[in-house]
Ligand binder design. Structure first.
Ligand SMILES: NC(=O)c1ccc[n+]([C@@H]2O[C@H](COP(=O)([O-])OP(=O)(O)OC[C@H]3O[C@@H](n4cnc5c(N)ncnc54)[C@H](OP(=O)(O)O)[C@@H]3O)[C@@H](O)[C@H]2O)c1
Length: 345
């Protein structure tokens, strides 16, 4: 029996996680949190908003499934890594922002870090077969694949919230439309697999069937395929190292297409790579500025292309110095957000 604490239980990942847990008698939901929605009765211990540390201490889970959206996921990520409690991580933002600090906490805690992001779950499974030489992260390309910057100027939140292959929460759906999501995933992969950025390639693959590919020194390349359904990587992380049945239909092979990403139109992917390569708190600033800009876009305060413009402006202004501890990291996040206000978003 595995005891699970689910942070972000009311979200897209959270609800699918509950489905996976309910379908498996080996998994027990012992604690659940949300940001603001009521969740009383969902688990023995529940909490709405606030710091989840005391709840996690009381719940003493075997697995923390972090499905919070945004930088707010930092606390449960660090709690689990520091204590060596298995962390099933959907909240990519915390790993992107905390980077080295998160990895240091994981080394101290000694627990497992299992990615829930479908691409990283795929890469993780491929990487179990050998030492990766390089990796390919696939991206659907979002709803605006093939459009030029001029064609994107008047895009509305409603148009950007329609994703061609995945049904997800609003923030990640906008991130998929701008390709910021793939930028966050690039940085996430760098930290998860310890690979230099030049060894991680991004390829557009509209049908989202191939989730990731790892190349090995002997010339072999192993890819992970599956229908796009988050219950698969959620189930993998919660049942690891076993596999449990999910109600996802078996994959039928068809023609698979791959394209180069258009970095001139979708500049957030290039900006994320640059922020990752510069290191320090640049990834934290990228994430903070993007989070604020996406919020401003969804609220109708800025246009679609202004998201990338805002992030570029913030990255040009921060000093990016490495954070020595969590307080410095939280301060770097705050400063980047403040610059977004200065930038007029
Ligand atoms: N959705 C996907 O298919 C998918 C795929 C891969 C990775 N991910 C990643 O998984 C994470 C969750 O995504 P999602 O699509 O499930 O998001 P979502 O549908 O927006 O759900 C977010 C969850 O986080 C909670 N939350 C929001 N702000 C919070 C705060 N300040 N403190 C505590 N909890 C807070 C929300 O609670 P309320 O409902 O009460 O606001 C909700 O339960 C993101 O990092 C995303 O990038 C998602």
């Amino acid at each position: 029996m595995k005891r699970i604490a689910l942070l972000g239980a009311t979200g897209s990942i959270g609800r699918q996680a509950i489905e996976v847990i309910d379908a498996n008698p080996e998994l027990e939901l012992v604690a659940a949190t949300s940001g603001s929605q009521q969740i009383e009765g969902l688990a023995r211990l529940t909490q709405v908003g606030g710091d989840p540390t005391a709840l996690l201490e009381r719940a003493a889970p075997d697995i923390v499934l972090n499905a919070v959206v945004g930088f707010a996921g930092l606390v449960p990520t660090m709690w689990a890594l520091e204590r060596g409690v298995t962390l099933a991580l959907a909240n990519k933002e915390s790993l992107v922002a905390a980077g080295e600090l998160a990895l240091a906490a994981r080394r101290r805690g000694g627990g497992a870090l299992l990615p829930v992001d479908s691409e990283h779950s795929a890469l993780y499974q491929c990487a179990l077969l050998g030492e990766p030489e390089s990796m390919v992260l696939t991206a659907s390309g979002g709803p605006f694949r093939g459009r030029s910057a001029v064609e994107l100027e008047a895009v509305t939140p409603a148009q950007a919230l329609v994703h061609p292959t995945w049904s997800m929460g609003p923030k990640i759906t906008i991130d998929s439309a701008t390709l910021a999501n793939k930028g966050l995933e690039l940085i996430e992969a760098h930290f998860l697999f310890g690979l230099a950025y030049e060894r991680i390639e991004v390829v557009i693959h509209p049908s989202s069937i191939v989730h990731g590919l790892v190349r090995f020194a002997d010339g072999a390349a192993i890819a992970h395929l599956g229908n796009p359904d988050m219950r698969v990587p959620i189930s993998y992380a919660l049942n690891f190292p076993e596999r449990a049945a999910t109600p996802v239909p078996p994959l039928t092979l068809r023609t698979l297409e791959f394209f180069e990403p258009d970095l001139e139109t979708f500049t957030l992917l290039a900006l994320a790579r640059e922020a990752g390569e510069r290191g320090g708190t640049y990834p934290c600033a990228f994430n903070a500025a993007n989070e604020e800009a996406v919020g401003a876009f969804l609220a109708g305060r800025i246009g679609f292309l202004d998201i990338a413009g805002t992030v570029a402006e913030v990255l040009a202004r921060v000093d990016g110095a490495a954070a020595r501890d969590l307080d410095e990291l939280v301060e770097a996040d705050r400063q980047a957000r403040e610059l977004v206000v200065v930038a007029g978003a």
